[in-house]
Structures are given as structure tokens and as C-alpha cells.
Design a protein around this ligand. Structure first.
Ligand SMILES: [Zn+2]
Ligand SMILES: [Zn+2]
Length: 134
């Protein structure tokens, strides 16, 4: 049990070091490179725990689950780069107001929402722009 907690902490720390979304395999490889003997199944389990606890975000890209450390207990939205996985936490006040109003108009209470924006970050936009030039 103690061992599991320690390994979960290692996964949490490794995830926090990344700036963008990362796959369980990539995180596992990084932990092994750093000398950890952690197994891939344990990494998956820890990532699932962190996601369930609101400490990590997850999204599926090309059929693969990607994870990212997330600020818990603080509602926010994300800008996510489709190419490199860079994610930025953003506030979206108009979205909060729209969601509250729309839910109320339909008689919904205790409404929640998940709104993320996917696109190409500045670096990837620049690269794409350069690639398209003759
Ligand atoms: Zn990018
Ligand atoms: Zn919101």
C-alpha cells in the first residue's frame, strides 16, 4: 500500500513536470529513464486515480488517452494544441454566464460544463505557416 502511494506520487510529480498532454507510455518511459522501476499498469492506475480526483485532465487523441496535470478545485478551461499537446489553463467568464443562463432557461440545476478549445499553438501555427510557403 505504501509502495503504491509512493509510486502514485512519482507519477503525479512526473506529470506536473510536463507542460502539455502526455501518454501513459511516454510518462512511463520518462519515469524508467529517471531510474524508476514502476510498471506501465501502475502508471495507468495512478493516472486514472489522478483524473478521478480532478488532479489530471485527460483527452483522447487518435484513439490514445493523453493526460496532463491540472489545478484541482479551481474551475477553468483549456486551450489545447492539436499538434504538440501544449495546454494552457484559461478563464472564460462569458462561458460561465452563458452556461448558467442556458441551464436555468431549461430548468436545469446543479449544471456543470466542460469547454476546451482545440487548435494550433503559436509555435505550431508558425511551423505550419512556414511549411506551406514555397
Ligand atoms: Zn503546438
Ligand atoms: Zn467554465
Amino acid at each position: 500500500m505504501k509502495r503504491n502511494t509512493r509510486q502514485r506520487e512519482a507519477v503525479r510529480a512526473a506529470l506536473a513536470e510536463r507542460t502539455g498532454f502526455v501518454s501513459a507510455q511516454a510518462l512511463h518511459a520518462a519515469l524508467r529513464d529517471a531510474g524508476s522501476t514502476i510498471g506501465l499498469a501502475t502508471v495507468y492506475r495512478a493516472l486514472t486515480d489522478l483524473t478521478d480526483g480532478g488532479e489530471a485532465d485527460t483527452l483522447t487523441q487518435d484513439g490514445e488517452a493523453l493526460y496532463r496535470a491540472c489545478t484541482p478545485g479551481n474551475h477553468h478551461h483549456h486551450l489545447i494544441c492539436r499538434r504538440c499537446g501544449t495546454a494552457v489553463e484559461i478563464e472564460a467568464q462569458p462561458v460561465e454566464e452563458w452556461a448558467r443562463r442556458t441551464a436555468a432557461e431549461h430548468g436545469f440545476t446543479a449544471a456543470e460544463h466542460i469547454v476546451d478549445i482545440f487548435g494550433l499553438c503559436a509555435v505550431c501555427s508558425d511551423l505550419a505557416d512556414r511549411a506551406s510557403r514555397p
